[in-house]
Ligand binder design. Structure first.
Ligand SMILES: Cc1cc2nc3c(=O)[nH]c(=O)nc-3n(C[C@H](O)[C@H](O)[C@H](O)COP(=O)(O)OP(=O)(O)OC[C@H]3O[C@@H](n4cnc5c(N)ncnc54)[C@H](O)[C@@H]3O)c2cc1C
Length: 282
């Protein structure tokens, strides 16, 4: 299908983009990489006659370090992260996630900000960033607001953004040398969205013990029993397989996933188990 008629606007700054959107009563759509927006507009899943191109704004590509965290501008592309063009405060985790997104053409254009705003439950950044305990910097017409990513994504392709709000970027922690992580996703073919994703981040120094499951419900979720287990200092290898089976039975059943089949249940269980084993080996 072809794109309908749109007015295409190029802006010179973040404030100009927001003001322009206000003049259209919030009905304009920001375009970052266009990798989700353009297909969805072409399929008439998103309706808008106004597109504001924010892909060339230098302010949205800015990255900087504070004492404990690293800020990644929303306009940073998956490819920039994959290629190490920005610092990786996570000892390779961000780079690993980026290189597994779709294929290179998509990664050249698609951005970290566009991905989290699109809020597809099977997309990579929403799950990966939740495991890091990231937070999102939102620019409204009046102020800047920082929101934990877990509160930012409200549901299936839904976020806490108001119509004219723009995501400036995300804060992620500098993981300590003791951190362990893994990120495992299952899809039938390269370039497809995942059928299951497990992200594990364990950093005793930062008190991060997160096991996140993506592509299972309407948004990525923390697996509470498993996450608590990962915080215990004496995980015994001999008991690991049984422990994981028990914990995942509880976590998967207690969450309101629409696990329509035992296939899905077993798929998620296998992917999470694989991710835990990989993380603990590091
Ligand atoms: C064939 C194909 C395969 C793909 N496979 C995967 C995959 O395996 N894993 C994966 O994670 N993703 C995948 N994607 C999606 C891809 O990663 C997109 O790049 C991403 O979801 C959207 O990023 P974007 O920069 O292109 O955003 P756009 O498409 O430009 O925008 C997406 C949405 O976010 C809004 N938006 C964008 N930036 C901002 C901002 N700064 N502030 C406020 N609103 C904003 C737009 O208005 C729009 O609603 C795939 C895409 C394609 C086409």
């Amino acid at each position: 299908m072809k794109l309908g008629k749109v007015h295409y606007h190029i802006v010179n700054g973040i404030d100009e983009a927001i003001s322009l959107n206000q003049t259209h009563e919030g009905n304009a759509k920001y375009m970052a990489g266009g990798q989700s927006l353009m297909p969805m507009m072409s399929l008439r899943l998103i309706f808008s006659e106004e597109v504001i191109d924010i892909s060339q704004l230098p302010d949205l590509k800015k990255c900087f370090a504070t004492k404990e965290r690293f800020f990644i501008g929303s306009g940073v592309t998956h490819a920039m992260i994959e290629d190490g063009k920005i610092e990786d405060p996570t000892h390779g985790y961000l780079q690993h996630v980026a290189q597994g997104i779709a294929y290179r053409g998509v990664r050249n254009k698609g951005t970290i900000g566009g991905s989290i705003v699109n809020a597809d439950p099977a997309a990579d950044w929403p799950t990966a960033l939740l495991a890091l305990g990231a937070s999102v910097m939102i620019k409204t017409h009046a102020e800047e607001i920082e929101t934990p990513i877990g509160d930012f994504q409200c549901g299936l392709m839904q976020t806490s953004l108001k119509e004219t709000d723009l995501v400036k970027g995300v804060f992620v922690p500098f993981l300590s040398e003791k951190a362990k992580w893994s990120y495992v996703k299952f899809c039938h073919k390269v370039g497809e969205f995942a059928h299951s994703i497990a992200a594990i981040v364990i950093d005793p120094e930062l008190r991060i013990f997160n096991a996140i499951l993506g592509a299972a419900g309407d948004k990525p979720v923390l697996l509470p029993h498993l996450s608590k287990y990962l915080s215990s200092a004496n995980i015994k290898n001999a008991d690991l397989d049984k422990d994981l089976n028990d914990l995942l039975d509880s976590d998967l059943l207690e969450n309101t996933f629409h696990l329509s089949s035992s296939y899905e249940f077993n798929l998620h269980r296998s992917i999470v188990k694989k991710a835990v084993m990989e993380a603990l080996k590091k």
